[in-house]
Write a protein that binds this ligand. Sequence first.
Ligand code: SF4
Ligand code: SF4
Length: 389
Amino acid sequence: MAEQVISPDLGFVKDIIAGGGESLKKCFQCATCSVVCNLAPDDKPFPRKEMIYAQWGLKDKLLPNPDIWLCHQCSDCTVYCPRGAKPGEVLNAVRKLAIEHYSVPNFLAKAVGKKQHLAFLFAIPTVLFLLILASLGHLNPLNVPRNEAGQISFAKFLPSLYIDGVFVPVAIFAVVCFAIGISRYWKDMKRLAGPVNKGNIWSTIIATIWEILEHKRFEKCNVTKNRKIAHFLVFYSFIGLAITTAWAVLYLYGPGIMKLFGAEPFSWMLGESPYPLTDPLKWLANASALVLLIGISLVIRDRLKNKEKVGSGGYYDWLFITIVFLVMATGILAQLFRLADIAVLAYLIYFTHLVVVFFLFAYAPFSKMAHMVYRATAMIFAKHIERES
Ligand code: SF4
Ligand code: SF4
């Protein structure tokens, strides 16, 4: 048998422990976790092998390993582990390090993962929006002009030109960072897997998207069965809010574009907000916000309820949950205070909403939100190399 040289990375072990995998060293390799995991493939199942890689600091075997993402953190393994080694939490910490490892620019990924940089991350959008408001003379919410109907108008407070001037580059930045991170991860997975059978990439992409939309894998979890409902609601509320945003862009720019081509704009393209509560766009926006409220509340409730059994996650998980909660809460409250005609509170909360939305999207490639993209990529790869059917 050929001799294998193993070079442990002790710094990596420390990083896993700091990221929430503090129970790692308790594992004595009994393999109960791999037996109870309903999501692991029969051939070389996880998470026992990942536990030993993590104990030995085998970074090169762990980070490009698609199995760390095939795990959906249902925590069955954690509950049945006779040593309390919490493999579900260890894999969660490894996933955080994988996002950090593949992300570009790396300093931002490191900053998102550490509490001490939180103020800096919030300062960027806060200062940016304050400078824009100062240039418009809108730092005092009572000086903001109302619209023609005499209503509070967020479009008057911060005109769409400025909003788009910030969020379009933010979206481009996030997409480029995701693309770089994912292509680095894909190359590394290929390197680790070596020469393998390869299925049709397009059919695997379609099958994976369909599987994600159905949320089927969560049904295989036993201990945290409710995660499917919470995750499902949050996932579809995001889709609803994305459609709302695209719809609002159509309302805002549709009439101008149609006029440019000599056509008469459709009467349903309402132009600048605020839109009446009876408009279908508002129905979808408010329904999505309500679904998000229920979904994220269930996520928080389940995590707190299962804290003793499976752990509640670390700073990285709670940062993402808190930001999603704030996006939802500030969105709903800004609308309520606008409708109640309380300008100071409406504008203050809308300002906070913009800051947290910036946080959510600008740092998405480095935060827990990136799990959507990395997990989908790993699922596609696993099907592609026929590790999964
Ligand atoms: S994590 Fe627990 S269940 Fe899994 S191999 Fe280690 S001791 Fe056994
Ligand atoms: S957390 Fe769930 S999916 Fe992940 S390894 Fe453990 S049992 Fe399997």
